[in-house]
Design a protein around this ligand. Sequence first.
Ligand SMILES: NC(=O)c1ccc[n+]([C@@H]2O[C@H](COP(=O)([O-])OP(=O)(O)OC[C@H]3O[C@@H](n4cnc5c(N)ncnc54)[C@H](O)[C@@H]3O)[C@@H](O)[C@H]2O)c1
Length: 377
Amino acid sequence: MEIKIGLIGAGFIGRSHALAINAVNRVFGDEHFVATPHMLVEADEKTATTMAQRFGFRIATTDWQRAVVECDAVVIAVPSYLHKDIAIAAAKHGTHVLCEKPVGLSSDEAAEIANAARAGNVSHLVGFTYLRSPLIRYALQVLETGELGKPLHFKGWHCEDYGADATQPFTWRHDASLAGKCGALGDMGWHVFAIARALCGPVTDLRGEVATFHQSRCLASDPTTNRAVENEDWSNSTLKFESGAVGSVEVSRVAHGHKMDIGFELICEQGTIVFRGEQSNQIEIYRAGEDNAGAGFRTVHINAEHPDYGAFIPAPGHGLGFNDLKTIEIRDFLMSISKQEQHGADLDDAVCISRICKGILRSSQKGGGWIVAPETT
Ligand SMILES: NC(=O)c1ccc[n+]([C@@H]2O[C@H](COP(=O)([O-])OP(=O)(O)OC[C@H]3O[C@@H](n4cnc5c(N)ncnc54)[C@H](O)[C@@H]3O)[C@@H](O)[C@H]2O)c1
């Protein structure tokens, strides 16, 4: 089955998708689909043409409406304020949707998009990049065997320092009308909450707080003029899960020295799993019950026993990178389309995560009070 793909946006994450669209058949050699880089949409013609040529897309355009009509599937990799119109137009046209997080500007928009996808009966996936990690999927497999017992408590974090320098200019990420009311939560919280939910299940209660340390930033066009930042730099939250586990999640975009520090510690009845994104090709597992003299965490290096690693490299420990996770993501999307079955967290999960983030803002406004059933409203 040939699937003509339209890539909308070729910035930071769009380029990663462009590489993945080109790599997916070569890496997986899958006979279920042939991914064709069909149309690349960018904001101006020069960028569209340059990027289409560079990444082998047949058509370059500035008109995303063309992509939703002329392609079988679209990858939406533009700033969040554009997600809703593009995703809903695609779904109405029967065009499959892979939308980058945070899926619109708010949980209401995320729900509108998910409803449109359901009504249009299209396959849909969300850019929860780290859920594709072979080692996070291995952690899920270990949990499923039951050998570690039930999860008791989860500590998750996603901290980066791309906003740590207060003199860096204002970007679309600081503008609530372009990025949404969630800053670090919308950017990084989505990833760690997706991992938390995969490991511990839905969130039933939460309380949280947020802070904006750099309250205004200069304009890129005029460094002498400042503009107020409209969303948070940092958030911390306490969570209760349907499974009975409890946990906490911290996100920050001002964490000096933390470059891609997504991670978690999951304490279970019979052991512990620790994953750190800056050492993403290894995972630590502690199994209770070992003899005291030799008890300790075991470092497991990535290898072909871990889901999808072997498609890239036969030899253990050589490692995958961020773009490889996007290749797995594109494979999941194309499998969803060609086999008409869900392959990974989708727009319905996105609605829940968007509501969790909204719940944290609500709790923070209430001085850190508990929010009950945050995933439902
Ligand atoms: N999954 C991940 O790990 C991850 C990582 C980074 C960003 N993202 C998400 O991806 C989205 C884009 O973020 P980014 O960092 O790539 O932003 P970016 O600013 O680097 O790139 C966005 C691109 O969209 C283009 N664009 C703007 N308006 C357009 C239009 N009308 N038509 C076509 N193209 C248009 C811009 O020219 C730019 O090249 C955001 O929703 C962001 O949250 C996800």
